[in-house]
Design a protein around this ligand. Structure first.
Ligand SMILES: NC(=O)c1ccc[n+]([C@@H]2O[C@H](COP(=O)([O-])OP(=O)(O)OC[C@H]3O[C@@H](n4cnc5c(N)ncnc54)[C@H](OP(=O)(O)O)[C@@H]3O)[C@@H](O)[C@H]2O)c1
Length: 258
């Protein structure tokens, strides 16, 4: 069990993702405080994680050893202002938001510099998250190890250059939303075609992971990979989907870039 106490400023999806991942891995930190202005959201969280302390007082979450800033960018300035007054000098604040650089966060926090940033991925729920992390220079090896210890049960947390965080936000953080609805449709169809649900689940995981590995690891050019299967029942929708990818995602990337 991690001895460091943990605070979340913002008790929404990403807080729930981390709590679910830690619970599943049997690595729930000893003391977790989640602060959110939404009392209903806190009640739901408390119903699922009885040991977690929930509060509408942001300062209570900000006063922990490792503090995750888990609000959306529009609420972040206000949340950081409230956090600044309560942060302990030895605390580490990890922002999970895009757009707010370490320099900007430090300015919002009155010069506090013990900072890190990540843009995590929802597969952390099952310990397969892709959670890139960047540390501010003020954090030493022990501080970094403490953050890595919290992230390790959630998946991979490679250290990356800060300017890449927004690329990961559009790619790996939002990425599951591009694919999940298609996977679920396939999963349901497989059962309607006669597979048992358990068979469909095993096959889906194998097929999706195998398709990604073939594209990345086979050594074949992408066009050759995509030509390995001659029958493409959905081929006529590809131009539309590619058009959406190539317009929406760069526009979003421009919007969240610092
Ligand atoms: N979900 C993911 O997979 C994911 C992945 C990577 C990064 N992130 C990042 O994580 C951050 C939070 O995203 P999310 O998905 O958890 O969104 P979310 O589900 O909307 O949760 C955000 C929570 O913060 C609360 N909040 C608003 N203002 C606050 C304040 N001043 N102090 C404390 N809490 C406040 C919100 O309350 P109200 O609902 O009442 O406004 C909401 O409960 C974002 O920066 C996002 O980019 C999320």
């Amino acid at each position: 069990m991690n001895k460091q106490t943990v605070g979340f400023i913002g008790g929404g999806r990403i807080a729930r993702i981390f709590l679910a991942g830690w619970t599943r891995a049997g690595k729930m930190p000893a003391h977790v405080v989640v602060a959110d202005p939404n009392a209903q959201a806190l009640a739901q969280l408390k119903a699922r994680y009885a040991a977690v302390e929930t509060t509408t007082d942001l300062a209570a979450a900000a006063a922990q050893d490792i503090v995750f800033l888990a609000t959306h960018p529009p609420a972040l300035t206000e949340a950081a202002g409230a956090a600044a007054r309560a942060l302990r000098p030895a605390a580490i604040l990890v922002s999970l938001a895009p757009k707010f650089t370490l320099a900007k966060l430090s300015a919002l926090l009155g010069g506090f510099s013990r900072l890190a940033r990540s843009n995590p991925n929802a597969a952390s729920v099952v310990g397969f998250g892709m959670n890139p992390i960047v540390f501010a220079p003020a954090l030493d090896a022990a501080d970094r190890a403490a953050v890595h210890a919290l992230l390790a049960p959630l998946g991979e947390s490679p250290e990356v250059a800060e300017e890449k965080i927004e690329a990961y936000a559009v790619f790996t953080a939002m990425g599951p939303t591009y694919l999940w609805f298609q996977m679920q449709a396939l999963r349901e169809l497989a059962v309607s075609f006669g597979l048992a649900p358990a068979e469909a689940d095993v096959a889906l995981k194998r097929m999706v992971c195998g398709a990604a590995r073939t594209l990345v690891d086979s050594g074949l050019p992408p066009a050759e990979v995509m030509d390995l299967v001659p029958v493409k029942p959905l081929a006529e929708m590809e131009p539309q989907v590619l058009e959406l990818y190539r317009t929406r995602l760069p526009a979003l990337f421009q919007k969240i870039k610092p």
